[in-house]
Design a protein around this ligand. Structure first.
Ligand SMILES: NC(=O)c1ccc[n+]([C@@H]2O[C@H](COP(=O)([O-])OP(=O)(O)OC[C@H]3O[C@@H](n4cnc5c(N)ncnc54)[C@H](OP(=O)(O)O)[C@@H]3O)[C@@H](O)[C@H]2O)c1
Length: 259
């Protein structure tokens, strides 16, 4: 990625799903811009180690602290423990990017209740639990002006305008997460916490590995910019949204134009 003008010096950003794809790229960008970063560990330890190496390399010594703690976003016990470990380590949270998510892409009639439960538990319940415990962990900070923390949920344009049956569960889970942004933003505003969402369109990451070729072709033809985005482009969008003033309760679509 080219030059960036963001300055995250002196701040800490916690990123769920920060060991791969969009979350990892956000971590690299923020570390490159001087911020401290805590990621949720991948369920694969080798992946976590490689991610931390990449973030450290991006930082070039500009971050003071990089860490990973385990977090299963669909489990209240695990999410509570994740934020407890961060607090116990003496880390003050300024920004939270919730990027963890799953998208199995399964034919409509092959989607079982078990798969629906997994997708909604990870994408919807996870968004709620991470928002709740991040907000509880964010402390007042006079250096941060009129907010104590900013939460950015990575949702999806699929929660707004997808019509593909292979993602019925995913689209429903992201529509709920988009709605959560409004409720959480209004409620948490009394604690000086901002909540917004970045809703990406089609991004080149592992998440789309299971996308059937015919769906990929059909979806690609709908993008006005005639290409998928790279994760780095989403990281830049996320950094903009976290540093924009007076943005509250918004779901911002970054989809290159889509119909
Ligand atoms: N790629 C796209 O086209 C696209 C478009 C719109 C929205 N999004 C959203 O962007 C976010 C990031 O996706 P991505 O493209 O970066 O995909 P990715 O590379 O597959 O990353 C997903 C991350 O979520 C983590 N995760 C999954 N289930 C989890 C759970 N139950 N608990 C904790 N962590 C869990 C994964 O951890 P493990 O390593 O442990 O599996 C992984 O780090 C997702 O919310 C996705 O819905 C992506």
């Amino acid at each position: 990625m080219g030059q960036t003008h963001f300055d995250f010096t002196g701040s800490t950003t916690v990123i769920t799903g920060g060991a791969s794809g969009i979350g990892l790229t956000c971590a690299e960008l923020i570390a490159r811009c001087g911020g401290d970063v805590v990621v949720s560990a991948s369920r694969r330890p080798d992946k976590t180690a490689k991610a931390l190496d990449r973030i450290r390399e991006a930082s070039q010594g500009r971050s003071n602290k990089l860490a990973a703690f385990p977090c299963e976003v669909g489990s209240e016990t695990s999410v509570a423990s994740f934020f407890e470990q961060i607090t116990q380590a003496g880390i003050r949270i300024d920004f939270l990017i919730h990027s963890a998510g799953v998208s199995p892409n399964t034919d409509f009639f092959d989607q079982t209740q078990a798969e629906w439960d997994t997708v909604l538990n990870t994408n919807t319940t996870g968004a709620f639990l991470v928002t709740k415990y991040a907000a509880l962990a964010m402390k007042p900070n006079p250096l941060r002006g009129d907010f104590r923390g900013k939460i950015l949920l990575v949702t999806s344009t699929n929660g707004i305008n997808s019509q593909d049956p292979v993602s019925a569960h995913y689209d429903s889970s992201k529509a709920a997460a988009n709605m959560l942004v409004r409720t959480a933003a209004e409620h948490l505003s009394s604690m000086q916490i901002c909540v917004n969402a970045l809703a990406p369109g089609w991004i080149n990451t592992e998440l789309n590995a299971t996308l059937p070729p015919d769906v990929r072709e059909k979806e690609s033809a709908k993008i006005w910019m005639r290409r998928w985005a790279e994760p780095e482009e989403m990281a830049r969008c996320a950094a903009h949204l976290l540093t924009m003033p007076y943005l509250m309760g918004q779901v911002i679509m970054a989809d290159g134009g889509y119909r």
